[in-house]
Design a protein around this ligand. Structure first.
Ligand code: 7RM
Length: 648
């Protein structure tokens, strides 16, 4: 059996990548490691349109992060939208910047760089007229329409800090985010469209605003034209405010370390954290990684089918591709609408050359058979990417053999909201791949595997993945709570950044990410905290306690397993199961579902009262024989009941 996949000869022709052979990769990697400042200053000067070019690289670092955030390029001045828009007007104003494919196949729109620039300038002027100023927070709660990208860029243009909230989040989640960042304006749309169904974005926004005080204006883009409740003093139509605004706007000069955006992400404990990315470092890193990993070429039609509500959409639909002057496809629908051929149909019609999706979609589509793929012409494809979760070798091979006809490079890209961009990945078409491995670190990324005590392990090893040195795209802080940033990422395995992932390194130095080792769930590529599920469940009167863990799921990667302890006097029932689902849907959103519920007499706790989550995990994984040491349990009989009633 073949274990490594060599570089296909045809795709390596024409690559002008910085690492177009392995020797070049090793050389660039060691340059970046020995002199990171020099490497990153050269990258940013080459790739980014600075008003004032930076002369300093990194200041500070992990050792001093508790005192203050580390900084990159701090004497530089720029506005990221000049890199994404203005400079392309000279060389290719008519090139398609955004190629939009709507929910219905063939419902398309294109925005050239010239048109996108004009729209962004209009929206920037409209936001200013609504009272937005540099440093203000603006929430964007939209579906996948080009105006979502216009809104992000318009915020960046005026120096406002956007925070995109995925359109699947509930009113409760949206309200928490508005309150956390004290957003002054929210940009939404009447309804979203997804897989033939509508999503009531404006009415959810109305609900969310009850219990908030900071929002002054709601800017509403009309997508479907449905009837809406309207507050004349607060609500403004996008079409009234933006279409009539001046199409010229002088971008706000920003310091490199001014915040560009906040993106909320789930962790082990508590409510989601507002991860902060800054202008200069983030745009440098997304431009560099997008061009390098995918071996971007001028005529590429690049399609990332993520949602702009997640970091992948920020970095690899909007900022990276536009900084690189690429044609970036935006996809409003789902992979199975109207049928499981949708991606490949779209690839044929738009002659897509680079395609980037999640393993969960690949597994779901592979399960529907090869015919949906083979009926479309995929000969335009050159690079196929995956992101969001570990990809199992079977799904990898199906992507490589069936979708890519053995002709394309697969890039399994490992990264996180906090890393801003891709960190461990093959570089197309250079890196030899192995199905299921994210392969090697990009230049500037220094992975360290540590054991549970935090000791670095060398050579082939298995343990926890840390990164040892800052890179420009790394998040700088948590909005309003720098101590939480420090304790979450930098205190577990000092002096390293702890990713929360488990990882193995093989004899060739290749990295294999094994998934989260903390209490973060990754369900169908959606990152959610077990603590958020538990808080939702115990809010129900009939529920005394709840413990939520993940278990392996063939399509979704992980499923959600809930152990529920009933309040005395309440009996489990079907109606109660529905109540549990409703509670998580209300607290988190439509993408949060419980797959299995087990009513238990109690949770396994130590004598000091700490829930032994390891036991809950092992039982949910169907491995009750591997519980390990349970001698510290307060009441071992609880474990017997849990094992006896396990739902598998
Ligand atoms: C980009 C994104 C981050 C978590 C991360 C991992 C998992 C992401 C891969 C992966 C194995 C990959 N940001 N993850 N990519 N695991 N192989 N190629 O997904 O913040 O939403 O999630 O996702 O566990 O820590 S995220």
């Amino acid at each position: 059996m073949q274990t490594t996949y060599p570089v296909p000869a045809r795709v390596s022709e024409g690559s002008r990548n910085i690492a177009n052979n392995m020797a070049a990769y090793r050389e660039v990697y060691s340059l970046a490691q020995s002199d990171p400042d020099r490497f990153w200053l050269a990258q940013t000067r080459e790739r980014i349109a600075w008003r004032t070019k930076p002369t300093v690289g990194l200041e500070g670092g992990y050792a001093t992060v508790a005192e203050q955030p580390f900084r990159w390029f701090s004497d530089g001045v720029l506005n990221v939208t000049e890199s994404c828009l203005d400079r392309h007007l000279e060389s290719h104003p008519d090139k398609t910047a955004i190629l939009w494919e709507g929910d219905e196949p063939g419902d398309t729109r294109t925005l050239s760089y010239h048109e996108l620039h004009e729209q962004v300038c209009r929206a920037a002027n409209a936001l200013r007229a609504l009272g937005a100023q540099k440093g203000d927070r603006i929430i964007i709660y939209m579906g996948m329409v080009p105006e979502a990208a216009v809104a992000m860029l318009a915020c960046a243009r005026i120096g406002a800090i956007h925070s995109v909230v995925f359109g699947g989040f509930s009113a409760d989640s949206l309200r928490d985010r508005i309150n956390d960042c004290q957003s002054k304006i929210i940009i939404t749309q009447d309804e979203g469209m997804r897989g033939g169904k509508t999503i009531a974005l404006k009415s959810v926004t109305d609900d969310a605003l009850e219990g908030t005080r900071s929002i002054e204006k709601v800017l509403v883009y009309r997508r479907t034209g449905c009837d809406l409740a309207w507050d004349e003093s607060r609500d403004v139509w996008w079409h009234d405010a933006v279409d009539s605004a001046d199409p010229a706007h002088e971008a706000e000069p920003m310091a490199a370390e001014d915040p560009l955006f906040i993106l909320y992400t789930s962790g082990s404990t508590g409510t989601p954290k507002g991860v902060v990315h800054t202008c200069g470092g983030y745009i440098t890193y997304t431009a560099f990684t997008h061009a390098t990993v995918f071996d971007l070429r001028p005529d590429d039609v690049y399609a990332c089918v993520a949602d702009v509500g997640w970091i992948t959409g920020h970095s690899y639909i909007v900022y990276g591709p536009l900084a690189n002057g690429a044609t970036s496809l935006m996809f409003e629908s789902v992979p199975t609408y109207p049928d499981a051929g949708r991606y490949w149909d779209m690839i044929e019609r738009h002659q897509v050359t680079i395609f980037y999706t999640a393993p969960t979609a690949i597994r779901a589509l592979a399960a529907r058979g090869d015919d949906f793929v083979s009926r479309y012409d995929r000969s335009s494809l050159r690079v196929l990417g995956t992101v969001g979760e570990p990809i199992n070798p079977d799904a990898w091979r199906w992507y490589y053999d069936v979708v890519g006809e053995g002709r394309c490079t697969i890039v399994d890209t490992w990264w996180q909201t906090e890393t801003g961009g891709i960190c461990i990945t093959p570089i197309a078409p250079t890196t030899e791949t192995k199905p299921g491995s994210a392969t090697l670190p990009l230049p500037g990324i220094v992975p360290i595997i540590v054991n549970e005590e935090g000791q670095p392990l060398f050579g082939p090893a298995q343990g926890r993945l840390c990164l040892a040195h800052p890179w420009p795209g790394q998040a700088r802080t948590v909005w309003g709570d720098h101590p939480r940033y420090v304790s979450t990422y930098f205190e577990t395995y000092k002096p390293f950044y702890f990713t929360g992932d488990g990882c193995r390194r093989d004899r060739d130095g290749y990295y294999w990410i094994t998934g989260r080792v903390d209490d973060v769930l990754n369900v169908a590529g959606h990152r959610m905290g077990t603590a958020e599920f538990e808080a939702a469940l115990v809010s129900i009167d009939a529920v005394a306690e709840a413990g939520v863990v993940g278990f392996p799921h063939a399509i979704k990667g992980q499923g959600v397993y809930a152990y529920v302890v009933m309040q005395a006097g309440h009996e489990p029932s079907e109606a109660m199961e529905q109540q549990l689902q409703d509670a998580v849907r209300k607290a988190i959103g439509a993408h949060a579902k419980i797959d299995r519920v087990q009513v238990v007499p109690g949770l396994p706790k130590t004598r000091s009262g700490k829930v032994m989550r390891r036991i809950l995990r092992k039982v949910a994984e169907g491995q009750p024989e591997a519980l390990g040491d349970i001698s510290t349990l307060a009441d071992p009989s609880v474990v017997e009941a849990i094992i006896a009633g396990a739902k598998t």
